[in-house]
Design a protein around this ligand. Structure first.
Ligand SMILES: Cc1ncc(C[n+]2csc(CCOP(=O)(O)OP(=O)(O)O)c2C)c(N)n1
Ligand code: SF4
Length: 611
């Protein structure tokens, strides 16, 4: 219980501090509503009353105990049924391995991180020498994946939704080049922004790039889609997007594995110009992509993931996308939904089923996780003016995650509201760990900044973003990865002195280096603090590409070595740190200060693993 309470409280931390989990084997299907309270990585109860997440009740306790009991029996019977109790992310990692990948390329980001970690820890992946090292950012990850696809191998690239913004250029252009070996781009969206700075819906990107999108409604589908999606990619000759959301990523259910496929042999593209997007070739390729749309639609209409489910009450027809289908069926165990339902888990939208729903039903309710993408499409789809309900007309909230309760309300069903939150689970603000090096950096920075009436610290995204909160309140921005250096430069260009950037080691190599180059080229008057904890801590302590390279990168980019300083952020070095900050804030040019001390959580886990 204590662990779960702790996990619940993590909901308010901007990016989850990851706890790694290992798959378990079970021998019977356990409804996800029962298994959900067992979630270890994240406080997600996928199919339970959402309000109960913050309102523990007896049913939930019963379910948890029941599930624990079942779990212990199931482990004893490993051999019989071979159902694996996988998190959605683990199901995808296993599916990709079983589908014959030769590599996964990714940059960490909740809720996608554990797909790659699963593959990194998997014995078969190790035996096959499947590439699984972290990339410097999502763009390099996807480009490298495309290179592996060029060579004929199957490959997956994983990222969180905002990571797809970083990789958008290659993502859209990869749809133009097409693939050789199957390529799946797995993107994990985070509606309600549990660990993110926005809640964009990646299906828009899939539609924009005009490629097939898969959206699982369960962990089993997540596995199947990850395993079989490579074949779809090779068949359609374009990358396939696998879109998941937080609940599916971080809740467990039984998954049956299928035969492990062999890796592809090395092979070169039949057309030597396939990957050359010179305008003359690109025009031809674009026409080809447009012409392929009808075949992608046909595949969707025939897909085993999409279907039309008949109903007896035609006053309403429901379009249920991805996990929303699961939430809907929570209310109709055994398939007793009286309304016709179109289950959508593969896009483009299966028009045949939608047309049938329109013909048979008085009005349409669209259930989709994320933005009202399908709802907007349907509003212009029906010539006869069939009313379409969903997030746009207020039947469902316009923002935030869906859940079974919201769907019950949309269907006019009564729902149990749960009990009041006991005091023990009252909110507490997130905070840096006691003894974290970022704390020492902020204390020294605040003291040096006290000399100035104005002057601002522009921050980046990492654990150090918590410097926005008391007792530090040092930073004034957190926008996207890399924006600290560039925003500080823009503010300095406008005359704001001192303008300071606060960035972590991983974020610096993710997308800080190019901003530094701009600043150096223009001799901008900014101080860049690269708080180096030798780890990607916010997402769970993955290895940072920057390790041991920061000074040489800065020198290489052109920072004057006389204005690059490193210091160990400890209380005993406080005065020296304040002196350094004062000195460099006063310097009219680019300076870099590197407080460097290993993240204490990473150090502790390194020591634990050594034992
Ligand atoms: C484009 C993008 N990719 C990934 C993430 C997830 N993410 C948030 S902060 C972070 C890295 C933090 O590492 P670092 O800058 O070294 O700071 P630390 O947390 O170690 O202090 C990552 C991967 C994100 N928010 N945006
Ligand atoms: S000690 Fe590590 S995990 Fe804790 S706040 Fe600092 S950087 Fe983050």
């Amino acid at each position: 219980m204590a662990v779960r309470l702790y996990k619940w409280l993590q909901l308010i931390v901007p990016e989850t501090h990851h706890v790694s989990t290992k798959p378990t084997v079970c021998h019977t299907a356990i409804p996800m509503s029962v298994m959900a309270p067992l979630c270890f990585d994240f406080p997600i109860k996928m199919n339970l009353n959402w309000n109960l997440l913050f309102k523990p009740n007896l049913d939930q306790l019963f379910y948890s105990l029941n599930a624990l009991f079942l779990g212990s029996i199931l482990k004893l019977n490993k051999v019989t049924m071979q159902k694996h109790l996988f998190l959605g992310v683990e199901a995808i990692g296993q599916g990709a391995i079983d589908g014959g990948i030769s590599g996964v390329y990714a940059y960490p980001g909740t809720p996608s991180t554990e797909i790659t970690e699963f593959i990194q820890d998997n014995p078969l992946a190790e035996e096959r020498n499947i590439h699984s090292k972290w990339s410097a950012n999502e763009k390099t990850a996807l480009e490298t994946a495309l290179g592996m696809s060029y060579a004929g191998k199957r490959v997956m690239s994983c990222m969180k939704h905002v990571g797809l913004n970083v990789a958008a250029d290659i993502f859209v252009n990869a749809a133009m080049t097409g693939v050789n070996g199957g390529l799946i781009v797995t993107v994990a969206d985070d509606p309600s922004m549990h660990s993110s700075q926005n809640e964009q819906d990646s299906r828009f990107y899939g539609k924009f790039a005009m490629i097939p999108v898969l959206e699982p409604s369960s962990q089993q589908e997540a596995y199947d889609m990850a395993r079989d999606g490579f074949e779809l990619s090779e068949l359609t000759k374009v990358p396939v997007m696998l879109r998941i959301t937080t609940r599916l990523a971080h809740s467990r259910a039984g998954v049956v594995r299928k035969k492990v496929l062999p890796e592809n042999e090395l092979s070169l593209p039949a057309d030597p110009r396939q990957f050359i997007l010179l305008p003359a070739i690109a025009r031809r390729k674009y026409k080809g992509l447009l012409e392929s749309q009808s075949s992608f639609l046909k595949l969707s209409e025939e897909s085993k993931y999409n279907r039309y489910e008949k109903g007896t009450d035609h006053s309403l027809g429901i379009v249920a996308c991805g996990i929303a289908y699961n939430y809907l069926m929570e209310h109709f165990p055994g398939g007793t939904c009286p309304f016709p339902v179109v289950k959508v888990s593969q896009y483009p939208l299966p028009e045949n089923y939608i047309k049938r729903l329109d013909l048979e039903c008085d009005e349409i309710l669209v259930l989709e996780e994320g933005a009202p993408l399908v709802e907007e499409m349907l509003k212009g789809f029906f010539a006869n003016g069939t009313p379409v309900k969903g997030r746009l007309d207020g039947t469902l909230p316009r923002d935030g995650e869906l859940n079974p309760d919201l769907i019950a309300k949309a269907l006019g069903k009564e729902m149990f509201e749960g009990y009041a939150i006991p005091e023990i689970v009252a909110n507490r603000p997130p905070a840096l760990c006691m003894g974290c090096g970022h704390q020492d950096a902020y204390l020294a920075m605040n003291e040096a900044l006290a000399d100035y009436t104005k002057g601002r610290v522009f921050s980046d995204i990492g654990c150090y973003t918590l410097g926005a909160l008391p007792p530090y309140e040092t930073i004034y921005s957190c926008v996207d990865m890399g924006a600290s250096i560039t925003m500080a430069k823009g503010a300095a260009d406008a005359g704001l002195i001192p303008s300071i950037a606060m960035i972590g080691d991983s974020t610096f190599t993710h997308s800080g280096i190019t901003g530094l180059l701009d600043a150096v080229n223009e001799k901008s008057s900014i101080t860049i603090v690269i708080s180096d904890n030798e780890s990607i801590s916010m997402t769970g302590g993955q290895d940072s590409s920057a390790l041991g390279k920061i000074e040489s990168i800065c020198i290489g980019v052109g920072v004057d070595p006389a204005h690059i300083h490193s210091i160990v952020p400890l209380r005993k070095n406080h005065d020296e740190m304040v002196r350094l900050f004062r000195q460099e804030f006063a310097y009219d040019g680019v300076s870099v200060i590197i407080p460097r001390r290993e993240c204490i959580q990473k150090a502790a886990s390194r020591k634990r693993n050594k034992k």
